[in-house]
Design a protein around this ligand. Structure first.
Ligand code: SD4
Length: 291
């Protein structure tokens, strides 16, 4: 008895993103369109300092974006280190649909976006610029993820036809090194969808998600029969076991299987996600490793 359509996404702003996705899903639209429309909401929200417009820049003052998308057929597209584009997820979708490639980065990604008709926009808002100038006073290079209330939006949806897609988009760690790319555009790290099994996505300190290829791991664990929450927990425990400094970082995984069962797990308390299904849109607190 599959629970569909359904959409889930990371953090409190997932509520507003789910609403936009639900508009597509409730009209029997495709999950791929739903996740693209859904993550557009925080991308365009200038008051959100960790995604797209209004995102905090790198330490040289550039807002650089990482984003990816994956559909029910196993197609995927991704952009990284992309500047000046409000909706990087849509550029990622164009990479998927209009090129023979999976990933474009930096200048090449920007050239491609402009050729596809995307507009060049200044993404550095006065507020983000002020925060950066403040940071420059001390230049303390400590790209630590806040434990609570973030950040990257990652989203998974199953449409009325029972097909799953996912998307992930971010401006990455605030004041990161120029050129730094995180987990968010890496297929298998911050996002993986296998329509036979389910999907998983990530938020938090990307380096640790990349080192363990977390989302791919979660999907493979679900393939072996673990519930979404148990799979996320096992992937978090992999980080905990391997990296002694795990207490200093936050990583959260969110997963959903083919039946529309979902779950999450994080290292620290404070990770939440939003679920929208037939019974409404609500925020759920994640289970966490450090009690
Ligand atoms: C990154 N994973 O660039 C992103 C940031 C993030 O919650 O998700 N923060 O590492």
């Amino acid at each position: 008895n599959p629970n569909k359509p359904i959409v889930i996404s990371t953090w409190n702003f997932g509520i507003a993103a789910n609403e936009a996705a639900w508009k597509v899903l409730s009209r029997k639209g495709r999950a791929l369109d739903a996740v693209e429309q859904g993550v557009h909401v925080p991308e365009a929200d200038a008051s959100n300092n960790s995604v797209g417009l209004g995102g905090y820049p790198d330490r040289d003052g550039h807002v650089t974006l990482d984003s990816c998308i994956m559909d029910e057929k196993g197609n995927c597209g991704s952009v990284a280190f992309l500047e000046h584009i409000v909706h990087p997820v849509s550029v990622a979708r164009k990479v998927m649909e209009e090129t023979p490639h999976v990933m474009l980065v930096g200048e090449g990604a920007l050239q491609f976006a402009l050729a596809q008709g995307f507009e060049k926009t200044n993404l550095l808002t006065p507020e983000a610029e002020k925060a950066w100038k403040n940071w420059l006073k001390e230049k303390k290079y400590e790209p630590v993820i806040n434990i609570e209330n973030h950040d990257t939006i990652s989203m998974l949806a199953i449409d009325a036809a029972g097909d799953m897609s996912g998307a992930c988009t971010t401006s990455g760690l605030a004041f990161k090194m120029h050129g730094r790319v995180g987990d968010s555009p890496i297929i298998g790290a911050a996002l993986f969808v296998d329509n036979e099994v389910g999907g998983a996505c990530a938020t938090g300190h990307g380096e640790f998600v990349m080192k363990t290829l977390g989302s791919f791991l979660v999907v493979e664990l679900m393939r072996q029969g673990l519930s979404p929450e148990a799979a996320c927990k096992t992937a978090v425990e992999r980080i905990v076991k391997k990296y002694p400094n795990y207490r200093e970082i936050q990583v959260g995984y969110l997963a959903m299987n083919k039946k529309g069962e979902y779950g999450s797990y994080s290292i620290h308390k404070g990770f939440s996600y939003a679920v929208h299904d037939g019974s409404g849109n609500r925020l759920i607190s994640s289970g966490h490793h450090i009690q």
